[in-house]
Design a protein around this ligand. Structure first.
Ligand SMILES: Nc1ncnc2c1ncn2[C@@H]1O[C@H](COP(=O)(O)OP(=O)(O)OP(=O)(O)O)[C@@H](O)[C@H]1O
Length: 253
């Protein structure tokens, strides 16, 4: 992959809640067209980082630029779409009603855009005739596909997905992964996602940042990380990182 335009530039990001710094020194870059993974143990600061990038958490220290502007401005311009981990469709609405509701919200009165967004979302959701059923009747995997379709319908510059496949069975997770790679390839959407599944990250992501204790530990392609850590795969790299951090805190390469 050609390292083209920088879509996300995070340098020495810090964030504290009260007196406690949960992000102490996070830095990474995401380039146009990448599927980029952010990984780290529970409480490492992944969601906090994603919420800052999505413009939801507005007070922080350090540099955060999205396509050369602030997260807030990028959000106002509609450049970012954010999918939190714990988000669900409206159960009382059908799949298509859910999609239309959001299309109308995003299209801001432009009727042609509404139809365009709905059409794109239907393809992403890939629910067939079940799109006419109420979301309350959907499986967890189907609900997640609907949410991903809702998030990506506008083909944003950057899609921020917090644990897009968590709590899905193997088949549903594979399906969602395919949706993510398709949208990145076909629509040129840059994707930044967090995950606890190292196999998934190895499969999906061009590059990865490993975060531990609120600090960047390593950034690179899965292959580079595995090689730098002297292990066989990303799962082993992850375990080694957490063990290294248990006693000594951060080790940098
Ligand atoms: N609004 C908040 N107020 C106080 N502390 C917070 C707040 N949000 C997050 N934290 C703390 O910040 C730390 C990092 O949380 P965060 O959710 O970013 O981690 P994470 O890497 O996404 O974890 P997980 O893998 O469990 O989802 C945690 O110790 C959490 O308790």
């Amino acid at each position: 992959m050609i390292e083209s335009e920088t879509v996300v530039d995070v340098t020495d990001l810090k964030k504290r809640f009260g007196q406690k710094y949960v992000l102490k020194k996070v830095s990474f870059k995401v380039f146009s067209g990448e599927v980029f993974g952010i990984v780290g143990p529970n409480g490492a600061g992944k969601t906090t980082t994603l919420r800052i990038l999505a413009g939801i958490i507005r007070s922080f220290e350090g540099k955060v630029e999205l396509s050369g502007t602030t997260p807030e401005k990028a959000r106002e311009k509609g450049l970012i779409a954010y999918m939190p981990e714990d988000t669900f469709p409206y159960d009382r609405l059908t799949g298509i009603e859910n999609l239309r509701f959001y299309a109308e919200l995003y299209a801001k009165g432009d009727k042609r855009k509404v139809e365009e967004y709905v059409e794109t979302a239907i393809k992403i959701a890939d629910l067939g005739d079940r799109i006419e059923d109420r979301a309350s009747e959907y499986s967890r995997g189907m609900k997640r596909r609907l949410i991903i379709a809702r998030t990506l319908m506008t083909s944003p510059r950057l899609a921020i997905l917090d644990e897009p496949t968590s709590a899905l069975d193997v088949e549903s997770a594979i399906n969602v992964r395919h949706k993510i790679t398709d949208i990145a390839r076909e629509k040129g959407v840059t994707v930044l996602l967090s995950s606890h599944n190292m196999l998934e990250v190895e499969y999906l992501c061009n590059r990865v940042v490993m975060i531990e204790g609120g600090k960047t530990f390593l950034e690179g392609t899965p292959k580079e990380l595995v090689s730098k850590m002297g292990v066989q795969n990303l799962e082993e790299a992850f375990i080694k990182m957490t063990k290294m951090n248990e006693g000594t805190q951060q080790k940098s390469f």
